[in-house]
Write a protein that binds this ligand. Structure first.
Ligand code: NAP
Length: 264
């Protein structure tokens, strides 16, 4: 099994939990990172396609197969859409979307050869609705959603399952790692609006669930005989928001989200 991004948050907890359960777990960290003794680590960036290919080849030499891929590594950018620098727009799309594609393309030949495989792609509630001041994050996760739906159908004849995970708010390093951009002098009201919304975003995340809960859920999902295509792992309110997004007209749903984030 290969899990990307195990230096912190979900990745760290999932890797340790599954290693304890007896899975052979390989994980990736960008820099040297602390990890569970049973987890084998590759130092790589998911934007480095060659490094991913090399890691996958090494796992195949050692294990003869990669039966599960958990595409977890991801980053976050916050701010009014007009001020987020182009470099960060490219980086978040590359990391959160193209990074997933690189790892999937690297493991697919081996999974197809065995006619078996499971790919878990981490999206977000923000992949099911556009989150204000997190537009590029939502865009990257919408890309994961569209790609995963297409891939699931393509890979069905090879008995490779594609599952999307939509976490709600969890307290991980996600909050600290988010690169936030402020308007700085352009428009005071706009900047204040972002600061007010950011307070709500961060308070939701800090009050979120423990990432260990995610590790337990992922274990249940990968060992389940009747797997769904999607798992929304979130509070009752966030699950309700997902349902409302599906059934309400956009104008009504936007009003609910605006009110949550204090946008006039
Ligand atoms: N926490 C939440 O509330 C939440 C909600 C919805 C979805 N998610 C998704 O869940 C996944 C995990 O996030 P998390 O909450 O556990 O956040 P986290 O604690 O910040 O962990 C993110 C992991 O991704 C790694 N990473 C980032 N950029 C990378 C790159 N270019 N190459 C390789 N690894 C990279 C990080 O490594 P470094 O230490 O090197 O940065 C870290 O190991 C992400 O896809 C995120 O979008 C989280």
């Amino acid at each position: 099994m290969l899990i990307t991004g195990i230096s912190s948050g979900f990745g760290k907890h999932i890797a340790s939990f599954l290693a304890e359960k007896g899975f052979s777990v390989y994980g990736t960290c960008r820099k040297k990172c602390e990890h569970h003794a049973k987890v084998k680590v590759f130092e790589l960036d998911v934007n480095d396609k060659e490094a991913i290919n090399r890691a996958v080849q090494d796992i195949l030499i050692a294990e003869g197969k990669i039966d599960i891929l958990i595409n977890n590594a991801g980053m976050h950018v916050g701010g009014p859409s007009e001020v987020v620098p182009d470099d960060d727009i490219h980086l978040i799309m590359q990391t959160n979307f193209t990074g997933f594609v690189h790892t999937i393309k690297a493991v697919l030949p081996a999974m197809k050869g065995k006619k078996a495989g499971l790919i878990l792609n981490f999206s977000s509630i923000g992949g099911l609705m556009g989150l204000p001041f997190q537009g590029y994050y939502s865009a990257s996760k919408f890309a994961v959603e569209g790609f995963s739906s297409a891939l699931r159908m393509e890979l069905r004849p090879f008995n490779i399952k594609v599952v999307v995970i939509n976490p709600g708010d969890f307290h991980t390093n996600n909050t600290l790692n988010r690169r936030n951009y402020f308007v700085s002098g352009l428009d005071e009201d706009y900047e204040q609006q972002f600061r007010d919304s950011l307070r709500i975003i961060e308070s939701d995340e800090r009050g979120g669930w423990d990432p260990q809960t995610m590790a337990q859920k992922i274990y249940k999902i990968i060992t389940s005989k009747n797997r769904s295509y999607r798992y929304v792992i979130a509070s009752f309110e966030q699950k309700l928001a997902v349902l409302l997004k599906r059934i309400l007209p956009d104008v009504l749903f936007d009003a609910i989200l605006r009110s949550h984030y204090g946008i006039k």
